[in-house]
Design a protein around this ligand. Sequence first.
Ligand code: PTT
Ligand code: SF4
Length: 612
Amino acid sequence: MLGWTGHILRVDLTSKTFKKESFTEEFAKTWLGGRGFAVKILFDELQPGIDPLGPENKLVVALGPISGIPAPNTGKAVVAAKSPLTGFYGDGNLGTRVTDQLRKAGYDAMIVEGKADRPTLLYIEDDKVEFLAAEPVWGKGTFATNDWIYARYGKGVGVLNIGQAGENLVRYAVIRSMEGRAGGRPGMGAVMGSKLLKAIVVKGTKPIPQADPAGMKAVGTADLKEVHRIDKDTGWSRQGTTGVLAWCDEVAALPVHNFRQTRHPESWKIDGQRLDEARVATYGCPTCTMRCGIAIHDHEGRESELDYENVGLLGSNLDVFDLAQVGSLNYLCDDYGLDTMSAGCTLGFYADAIEHGATEGDFRFGDAERAKELLGLAARREGKVGNLLADGSLRMARAFGHGSEAYAMQVKGLEVAAYNCKFIPGMALAFGVAGIGAHHREAWIITFELKLSTRDSYGPDKAAKVIELQRIRGGMFESIVACRFPWIEIGWELDHYPKYFNLVTGLDWTLDDMWKLADRIYAMLKLHYVREFPNATRKDDYPPAVWFQPDNADVDGPIAGKHLDHDKYDQLLQHYYDQRGYDRRGIPTRETLAKLGLSREAEAAAKYATLS
Ligand code: PTT
Ligand code: SF4
């Protein structure tokens, strides 16, 4: 079997043992890698109903067949586990050198299970695995932890680590890597913390098996140069992801004031142009030639790396229009290891709940200094407010009552990304049916939807577009494991990816084969969900209720008086289910599962929930 190492590293923190396990060629071809591996492994190995923060949960770090290969933007890894935020499968994707180092150590994935008896650093070097004391950095932030690790092992190693948020089991704690950014929004950092696992450090020295290494090297090296050239020509990485902020403001899609407003006259102060002007450094993931990590000096003079989601949710959503202050909030999230997006939505919800009298408190929109203190309270789970914030917006709303759940900006417990869908039905659907709760990663239909001016349509074509994008983004890119930005941002053709895949595996796949894999993954995500929530209904695939409310509509601007239509959204959702072969609850039918080769998985799920 070429293209895969054929091995998974299984580490048990309780017994301090490890095993090198083999997988079959059939497993590799059915699940490919990354998210594909993770959905299957966690489905087979986790009992529904387990405590996501208990030792029985497992953390999977999974790579793909092109991970670590010199080709455009292959320095990404998938981290997955049962989510403490949403209560079912959760994952994330982050740039890290663990990608190539773990593959060079001889593994396509690792599974971490059990719980250590003391703060632990897992050190992996080829066939060696060591369980080392991490007390010197327990209680420390991710920057200090990373410095400590680099000082001991050098900068060539791959590192995943957590900050205080992960240690204190904040439900939206992320995993950080200084060789990329952060990943695992639905609390993958808390899963590490629950296992007393402070960091994973990886070093590998073996070659990655490939069918045609010379051919891959020639194609990959040329393509890396070409991607660099196109990026320079188009100028995309000047502003990177933050280039979209000014557009969101223009088309009334920016989150402002906990998504109550869609535009703001001061938004220009935190847009991509201002970020580029304030740039003090540029960072990128391994094997990337269009590096988009733009760092500025924050209010306290520290370097802070900003993306659109971070600026939209910690900036405009909180009415903070001072870029340096947004940088500070972002820096704190990075250091504590909090997901910037859930943190921004949860703080926004808190300020909104106070404003609407659902609770009492001293936090107001625009108060960046208090927001900084609150992030600290959340990361340390300090006091009543810290504990409430640490549990995310849905649990907080349930604690407050007074109808506040309507404006907790989340789906299935995961907070939404920075696209205000008051009147953007397709993107609202994309959040509703995203595989792990609201995430823009899987179907970023908003640009297609608004650039074609089909904003007020709820037709079957929108459902079809969401499925097409899910296949590309949530399926192929998450399983072959590569950054999707060359495709989405600079127009790098999708055909390149089966070509890379075929060069390393010796297979003859087309994009259609990738879409079949993607559909299998999406069905599995739903099986994960229904196994945990047997009474699931189509309402679970609805976006936040506030977007449907007429009294929340904009009073002026391009979408004045408009809001999502409940019945039409339900029809759009039905188009999605029909096209996917799901029943009226949004669960794949037995027939659909059989077509996808998932009859055994259907039987396993049917023990817990009724399948049609
Ligand atoms: C992703 C989510 C995003 S998506 C952002 S900004 W974005 C936030 N970044 C955070 C951060 O930074 N610090 C922090 N403490 N929390 C953060 N949470 C948020 O996490 C990211 C880039 C970006 S920047 C995006 S869109 C693309 N995402 C990709 C993806 O998901 N898959 C893929 N195959 N390629 C992608 N390329 C791009 O990667 P999650 P990263 Mg992240 C400081 O993890 O859980 O998936 O949520 O991955 O290495 O940080 O790169 O405007
Ligand atoms: Fe990382 Fe940005 Fe490069 Fe993608 S484009 S690999 S997110 S630096």
